[in-house]
Structure formats: C-alpha cells, structure tokens
Design a protein around this ligand. Sequence first.
Ligand code: HEM
Length: 442
Amino acid sequence: MSHADALSHIPAPRQLPFFGNTLDCIHDSDGLQARCVRDFGELYRISLLGRWRVTFASADAIDYILTDPDHIFSAAGGWEMIAPLFGGGLMLRDGADHKAHRRIMQAAFRKPAMDSYLAMMAPALENLLKDWPQGKRLRFFPAVKDLTLRMGAHVFMGLAVDDPQAEVLNRAFRAELAGALTPIRRPLPFTAFRRGLRGKAELTATFRALIAERRAAGGDDFFSRMCRAEDEAGRAWTDDEIVTHFNFLMMAAHDTTASGLTTMAWALAQHPHWQDRLAAEVDALDDGPMTPAMLGAMPLTEQVFREALRLIPPVPFIPRRATRAFDWRGTHIPAGTELTLAMGWVMRSPAHFTDPETFDPDRFAEGRAEHLSHRYAWAPFGGGMHKCIGLHFSMMQVKAFTRALLSRHRIEPARPGPTTWAMMPIPRPRGDLPLRLVPRLG
Ligand code: HEM
C-alpha cells in the first residue's frame, strides 16, 4: 500500500488537479482551514506541493505532538524543505543532538548576555528611528524589516547600525529565505532557489571571516558570545557549527520580530485608545537609558504584543514528521507522515478566546488570562524541546522599540480602508502598511 493510500481514511477537502490545495494555501489559508475544521473537525489532510500533510487543529493535539512523550516526532523531518539553506540550524536537529546544541546556544541567552544586548539595542533603536520620516507616508513593513535587520547586525554581529555591510547582508538574507520556500528545488539558472544558495554562500563566508577575530578579541555581541559559548562540560562549537547556527539564527530572529511588530503597529494605528495607554506606560518610565528593570514595568506593551501574535502569528504552522506510526483519538497515522500543527487556528478559536477576531489585549490581563485556558491555547513561540529560544529577546526588542517610538510619536494610518495580509512565507501586509508618524506634543 502506498503512503497516500495509507492516509485515505483521513478526510480531505476537494483538490485541484496537479495543484492539490497549494493555491488555496498560498492565497487563503484561513479560508481553507475554516472549511476543513467545519467539515472534518480537528484532524484532516491537505495536499501541498504534491505531498499529503495531515493537519492537527486543536490545542490537545498540539500539546501531545510538541511535548512528544513517546519520542515520535521529528522537527528536522518536518522542516526538511528548508534544509538546503538552513540544515544544521537548531530547529533542524532532533533528540540528543538537538539537546546538546541547544545547551551551548543557551549560554548566549543568559541574563548577563541579555542585559548587554539591551544596552546595545536601545541606543541603536533611537538612532535608527531618527531617520524615519515625520508626518509623511512611511511604508512601515519594509522600514521595520530594515530596522530589525540592522539591529540584528548590530546586536548579533557587532556591526555599526549604519555599516553598509548590513544592506548587503539584508539582500543575501532575503534571497536565502525566498529560496528556502520556493517550489522549484533545483539550482536552475534564474531561480529563487539558486539565488538563495548564492545568498547562503555569501553569508557563510562573511560569518566565517569574523570567527578568528571574535574568538581572540571577544565582544558583547551575540556572535562573539557564540564563538566563546560552551556547555557545562566545556564543549564549544566548531567553526562550521558556528556559521551554521548563526545563519539559521539571524533568519529566525529578524523576519519573525518584524512581522510581529508590523501587526502591532497596524493594531495600534486602528486603536488609538490602546496607543494612549502604551504612551502613558512609556511616559511613566524613568528618563535615561533603557534598563532591564524597565522591561518589567511595561505589562501593557507585553499584552499588546501577545495579542498581535495571537491575531497574526509570524509562524502560524509548525511542521513535524512522524518517525513511527501513532494513533490520535482513534485515527491511525502511519510512520513517515508529514504533520502540520495549526497553532494560528487554535489561537483564534472561540474554544479558548472570547470574541477571538477582536483586538482585545486585556484578554491577557491578570484576572482574565484567557491564554491560560489550555497550555497550548496561545503558542506563537511553539513549545516542548524546540520552544523558541529567542522569545525573551524578541519581547525585549519590542519593548525597546515601543519606548523609542511612542515616547515621541503617534502613529496614524496613512491610507483609509482595511489592510489585508499575505500569509506566505511569513505574514506581511499587502501594500506594506502605509502609516504616518506624528510628533507628540509636549
Ligand atoms: C515574534 C518573534 C518570534 C516568533 C513568533 C518565533 C517563533 C518561533 C517558533 C514557533 C519556534 C519553534 C519552531 C518549531 O518548534 O519547529 C521558534 C524556534 C526558534 N526561534 Fe523563534 N520566534 C521569534 C523570534 C526569535 C528570535 C528573536 C530569535 C533569536 C534571537 C529566535 C530564535 C529561534 C531559534 C534558534 C529557534 C529554534 C529553537 C530549537 O529548535 O530549539 N526566534 N521560534
């Protein structure tokens, strides 16, 4: 029996010849999910790029698969598609190997390291925001993407924010990411895949050239820390491992945060009342450089960011592969099956959130805490062994950005009408979200 036949007992929506459900997934993944959940419930399959994927759209199933008590699910197998460009990255490792590498990377996320990133980040943000136009139309999405990349080059690599190399890196990253997700998987001339491989070669050469210098001279930036990082047993990374991990980490860090910040800015522009509340929170902080203590004094900013990630999660699906057969609530899933965990769907489910389509950051406030109704009701950073290692870093960056932006400006929509979102490869507003920064009075 073929693998496709072995999945035939799992319900599936109608397929287009040749394309299966690929076009629907690209253009209207929300609509496709809504129809499937309505017709089939929490478990169904779709055909994507010529392969069947079984989708799990419930918090219980996501809990079981991410917690993985029976050691069945492979992240490397799930993310196989991006392996030509990001193979060897932390997310593309499994089991003991993953654990050993994660332990080394953890060293670069300890409290003293995080405090030094904040000290580098906050003034850099102030500097970068000075170049954003006042009172004029600003295409927010590309602007914030450029900003997070320059911040990344500064905090992660120790480059100056205006270093021209940041733009070269930006281009190489864009090519690499586009290449990772393109359907043509051979390096044919003029293809995104080939440009992606070229981008990767450029980036890895740049990182490799820095290693010896950073090992010798040190520095507070992330890359220098990774060059020195060791686990408790004193194991460090080889040059190849440093380059591989860093290549993945830069990708994981910057596009996701840029997408989340864009959703947050969009929501704040639509909800001036929330902007007032965040401006008051920012105004209540002491003057002077941003300190770690200030992060704890920004709970409303945290609520707004959480709500932005709930409504439009930068990673709406997590893929896994079943290395062995298993049963989920009476349905048999054969070994080798590719799985999709639909956290984005669960985070907008009325089973966990009141009026789930409404922007309502107070749902995260103490007392309501709707996200605690199930430990996977709100999971934009995933969970289990592979839970996002940069979660606190991204929250810190968002708070530093909010303080730098809202202490001096209000943001307003620069175009009437609703914003629609393209969800692939990572959520972005169609039309790039034109906003206007208006100086605050007083
Ligand atoms: C809003 C921002 C972010 C979101 C929504 C996000 C989301 C995620 C998700 C869902 C995963 C788990 C994937 C899986 O289980 O297959 C993940 C893993 C990861 N993220 Fe993030 N991420 C964000 C920011 C960051 C930042 C800022 C960094 C680095 C500073 C980072 C580094 C990583 C790494 C290294 C992994 C792999 C962890 C592992 O496999 O052990 N992420 N992220």
